[in-house]
Write a protein that binds this ligand. Sequence first.
Ligand SMILES: Nc1nc2c(c(=O)[nH]1)N[C@@H](CN(C=O)c1ccc(C(=O)N[C@@H](CCC(=O)O)C(=O)O)cc1)CN2
Length: 282
Amino acid sequence: MSAQILDGKALAQRFEEEMSQRVEALKAASGGRTPILATILVGADPASATYVKMKGNACRRVGMDSQAIELPQDTTTEQLLRRIEELNANPDVHGILLQHPVPEQIDERLCFDAIALGKDVDGVTCLGFGRMAMGEHAYGCATPKGIMRLLEHYQVPLEGQHAVVIGRSAILGKPMAMMLLGANATVTICHSRTRNLPELVKQADIVVGAVGKPEFIKADWIKDGAVVVDAGYHPQKCGDIELAPVIDRVAAYTPVPGGVGPMTINTLIFQTLEAAEKVLND
Ligand SMILES: Nc1nc2c(c(=O)[nH]1)N[C@@H](CN(C=O)c1ccc(C(=O)N[C@@H](CCC(=O)O)C(=O)O)cc1)CN2
């Protein structure tokens, strides 16, 4: 069997070309106003700094701007909330990204939830999650929404399929499960205390690795013909799933790197453009 590669890098590039045209049209229609994503990075975690830089670069590639806010490691919850309130009130800012994780003294949930719903282009607020889960409009959480866009592009059937999501984090596993459910998949959510994890994964038509541990999901848990989606990315340049031994016997898989990661960034930028279009086209 020759597996389909769910190529997130190529798809993100293609979507960027389409978005560039939309940005140009928006600027022309709004007297030259430019969509702006505000990015907030707290502390000096090198990986987070890299991701935020990649997001700013992606904005510029499609003709949008980013406003980078860098706050020191000892920032308090109150200080961060004030910065978010300023961005909420700034009409020139169309989307707000708070890079996760923040230093441990900060109440991350409180800060995520302070982001105005219309500017929550990273889909991190409880309100946005609730609306999405109930089938109402909200910007989706960037990584799971990016996975859904990838699966849709490659016409991976979801309806009636058994999707097993391994991981239950607020910005990945939980919204992923709700999005798959919204697409009429039958969803099992597994986590660190799940018993019989290998047996559950063996039942999956679609496996989503979202556990944050390198190659935690073993090749011999994955059934022949499954669709394998790996949302992990680790310094060893591998994901959450032991991928190499299964690529000849699965139906489709996301490579690491070049699968889910580029779609995460593309989705954030795409949703920023949507938010800007809502404001600037009015
Ligand atoms: N507020 C948020 N914080 C975090 C999110 C998020 O979606 N919102 N996701 C992750 C990290 N992340 C984006 O922030 C991210 C991780 C990896 C990639 C990516 O494109 N990886 C590449 C490889 C990169 C490399 O070569 O160094 C790939 O997989 O091809 C993009 C975004 C945690 N925080």
